[in-house]
Every structure is written in structure tokens, then in C-alpha cells.
Design a protein around this ligand. Structure first.
Ligand SMILES: *Cc1c(COP(=O)(O)O)cnc(C)c1O
Length: 253
């Protein structure tokens, strides 16, 4: 893991907010509409503390076990009470019970079986979990998510789960250097969100955009961008989900 120095990370947050503002300006959006979720996966809990100190009290993790471990190590002695973890990656049904205590939001709901289990655990815990339905907009086998053609029916089915609240959609764009292909994925998600919102007004959010493609995502309407490598440093294991790093980053110029 090539973690940047704390000073560099601080600068990266500032630079990232500038680029968010510029992308918003290009399409006449208010930067306050875009939430940056720092993605701390594969980095130590100290990295979560750096994000927190920079003012980000919600961080993203893609594996529930790693999330739980970090949560437990940080919350000892009652510290970080206002820190929330967001699970942005696939969850196996048999791990749904970890969600009640440790996860504030879930961005990768992709099966009804999982939804039913999550709903039951949330009911027992007496809470309602905000969820985003993950849509496989690129149609790549390597990616999770319901297909675009199933997404609206899937949201209809989710209405039966009283302890889940579908608030948005999430996607990972195609691994491609062709900007049009990437943009197409984001547009597909926004179109689905617009359709779902007609029936379910609370479906407002679009979780899309990572280190390599967040500016395109913002231009296409992202409300949540999930960014790791650009802030904290390149991961050793290349992101199997998107190979944008390191060609297309502020650090290469
Ligand atoms: C890792 C990850 C990200 C962030 O990717 P970076 O390249 O580090 O910005 C975003 N979303 C998901 C689902 C991820 O697993």
C-alpha cells in the first residue's frame, strides 16, 4: 500500500474539492449537492482518522469484515461516536447480521434474498437502513448489480421491506479509456433514478464516480462519489473494478 504522507492527503482533499467544484460549474450544479465519501479500504484505521480530521465523518469500505474491524478499533473508549461507515461493496447474505451495529448506509444492494435478510435484522435492531440498489450498467460479468432492465421491478419489490429505505442507485462504470462508454453507464443510472423517482420520491441519490471517473460522474448527476486512491495513494492490488489509476489522475501531471 503506497499511502501518501498526511500533509499530502490534506492537499489531496483540497485539490479534490476544487475539481468537484469545477466539474459542477461545467454543468451548472451546486457543489453542495455532491457528497464525497473517502474510501479507506485496505488502509489502516489511522487513515480513517485522517479523513475524519479533514472533516469527513462518513467513510466507505467495500468488505464488511474489514469495516467491522476498523469500526471496533476506532470506537474503543467511546471515541468517534459521530463517525459513520458506509458499505459500498457486495455483501454476502450470511454476513447481513454485521450490518445492524456497524453500517450507516449500504450502497450495493443487489439481491432480494439479501434484502429480505437485511430487513429482518434491521427490524430486530429497531432501525431502518438507507440502501442504494447497485445496477450493473456496464453489463460486465465481473461486476455485481441488478441489470438495468430489472432495476425498476427490483425497487418495486423492495417496497415490501419496511426496515430498508431505498434512497438511490449505485454503479461502477465500465473499465474503459473511452470516455463515452463510461459516460453512458452514468447516464443509464441517472435515467433509471429519474424513472424510479416518479413512483418513489425518496429515491434521489446517485452513487457513482471513483478516482478515475468522478468528474464525468458529476457531470452526469452524481450525488455521492466514492474516492480512495486519489486521496490516500495507489493500492498495490489494482482495483479489479476499475483500472483508471494511475493514468488519469492529478498526480500524473
Ligand atoms: C475501491 C472502491 C471505490 C474507490 O476506488 P478508487 O479507485 O480507490 O477511488 C469506489 N467504489 C467501490 C465499490 C470500491 O470498491
Amino acid at each position: 500500500m503506497a499511502l501518501y504522507a498526511p500533509e499530502k492527503i490534506k492537499e489531496n482533499f483540497v485539490e479534490l474539492q476544487q475539481r468537484i467544484a469545477e466539474a459542477c460549474q461545467r454543468v451548472g450544479r451546486d457543489p453542495a449537492e455532491v457528497r464525497l465519501i473517502p474510501v479507506t479500504k485496505e488502509f489502516s484505521p489511522a487513515v480513517v482518522e485522517l479523513a475524519y480530521e479533514a472533516g469527513y465523518k462518513q467513510v466507505g469500505e467495500n468488505k464488511v469484515q474489514e469495516l467491522v474491524d476498523k469500526h471496533e478499533s476506532l470506537k474503543q473508549d467511546g471515541a468517534y461516536e459521530d463517525l459513520d461507515f458506509i458499505l459500498i461493496g457486495h455483501l454476502q447474505s450470511n454476513k447481513a447480521r454485521f450490518m445492524t451495529e456497524h453500517v450507516a448506509e449500504f450502497h450495493a444492494l443487489d439481491s432480494l434474498r439479501l434484502a429480505a435478510r437485511l430487513d429482518r435484522f434491521m427490524e430486530e435492531a429497531g432501525r431502518v437502513l438507507p440502501v442504494y440498489v447497485q445496477v450493473n450498467t456496464s453489463k460486465e460479468d465481473s461486476k455485481y448489480g441488478v441489470s438495468a432492465s430489472e432495476a425498476l421491478d427490483f425497487i418495486d419489490e423492495c417496497a415490501q421491506f419496511k426496515h430498508l429505505r431505498v434512497v438511490g442507485l449505485m454503479t461502477l462504470a465500465i473499465n474503459s479509456k473511452d470516455e463515452d462508454e463510461v459516460r453512458h453507464c452514468f447516464r443509464t443510472l441517472k435515467t433509471l433514478r429519474d424513472q424510479a423517482q416518479l413512483k418513489y420520491p425518496e429515491v434521489t441519490r446517485l452513487s457513482m464516480g471513483m478516482s478515475g471517473d468522478f468528474e464525468i460522474a458529476i457531470e452526469e448527476g452524481a450525488t455521492d462519489i466514492r474516492i480512495g486512491q486519489m486521496i490516500f495513494g495507489p493500492r498495490d492490488i489494482p482495483n479489479e473494478l476499475a483500472h483508471f489509476w494511475p493514468e488519469n489522475t492529478p498526480h500524473s501531471n
